[in-house]
Design a binder for this molecule. Sequence first.
Ligand code: F0G
Length: 461
Amino acid sequence: MKYMTAEPFRIKVVEHIKKTTKAERQKNLEEAGYNAFRLKADDVYVDCITDSGTSAMSANQWSAMMLGDESYAGCRSFYKFEESVQDIFGMPYVQPTHQGRAADYIMTQMYAKKGKYAIGNMHFDTFRGNAEMLGALPLDYAIDEGLDANDEYHPFKGNVDLKKMQSLIDEHGAEQVSVVIITVTCNNNGGQPVSMQNIREVSELAGKYNIPVILDSARISENAYFIKLREPGYADKSIKEITREMCSYCETATMSAKKDGLVNIGGFLATRRKDIYETANQMAIVHEGFITYGGLAGRDMEALAVGLQEGCEEHYLEYRINQAQYLGAGLKERGVPIIEPIGGHGVYVDGKRFFPHIPQGEFPSQRLVVALYEAAGVRAVELGACAFGRKDPDTGEPIWPDLECMRISISRRVYTNNHLDVIIAALGDIYEDRDSYRGLKLVYEGPITSLRHFTAGFELL
Ligand code: F0G
């Protein structure tokens, strides 16, 4: 295990992080309305709020940046970036965007339709928001095992439920479904992978009815590594052979390159359809920037061209996936209830089992986020009653999500296992003392419920 979690790199530059006292953290929390998004990053010791845009870049990426060509049109950096994406995705056309949600926006405008269903395993918030603004109907059709926090082992909890998909088509007609989007790995239920078989079968089913299939590929190489480890027939394939096969079942892919692209900013839309590419070009010109930079600097595309390749290296992926395993195993040893199997980009703690005495209306996972920051200066994020709670449109009554979690995301190549040990110790202690915690009261929320977690304010009960 030690060999597998040890970093396949050495540290050349360090960034200092501040340690604070418990009293300071209590004051910070009060000022932030007990919302981790409102804390200043400088007051955080180990920041696990996201794995997005937080990677440490390699010396090769930094040196590539010096070669950035900042020409407006046709810059050299674009062609390097394009070649790198083509190599991994096997798709001919690549439109850069400033980050993933801009690619989501462009894709949504082309594929989501007012009043029609958009099926996914679990749609990420930015596609969902874009789709809802258009009047489309996004549906989360992950398999039941993927929604069960107590279900012990399923190798591919991110899979799309083909039976649910077929019954929707049977009931409403295929023309009522405009698109299927498969998110790899599935972020909202634990960074759970999707199997190749499932991608293939979704594609076959959708193909029968001419429904296009899209890959939301933010964590595509992590998903490919899980396929290599867990799916029969893939052990001897390279990561890129696997990513290309995944993409072969889809006509278009969007990517937030801030994850497996190992960069701090960037995204793109890749497609095998010329007409889709040409429309994406027009939309990029209006919203992002000219076709060959799409809101990115030449140097950003240089870093991304290299980062995408590094993200497919097997020693890197072995270390990466095993770091999440290390954190999960340590938490389990202390009895902390987590979602299993452990996913790709972090560990999801089950708020319902952690604080069984705190009802969802009092935000158990958010309470845990607050407790963890207070105890150790570690910042995680709530994916539960606050982020996913909705109101019944008729009665205004709250509807609570099945999964109630705190996500501890691990930034790529940033923290050592010693930092993870701090999290294990702090959460283990909080768990031992769990009965002494009370819930939270929501005292402020913004006008759009699906975005409320970013700005919400709470009080301790
Ligand atoms: N798709 C997935 C699956 C994501 O996880 C994200 C971002 C996006 C699209 C949007 O990309 O941030 O580059 O605009 N996820 C981050 C997270 C924010 O914390 O999980 P973006």
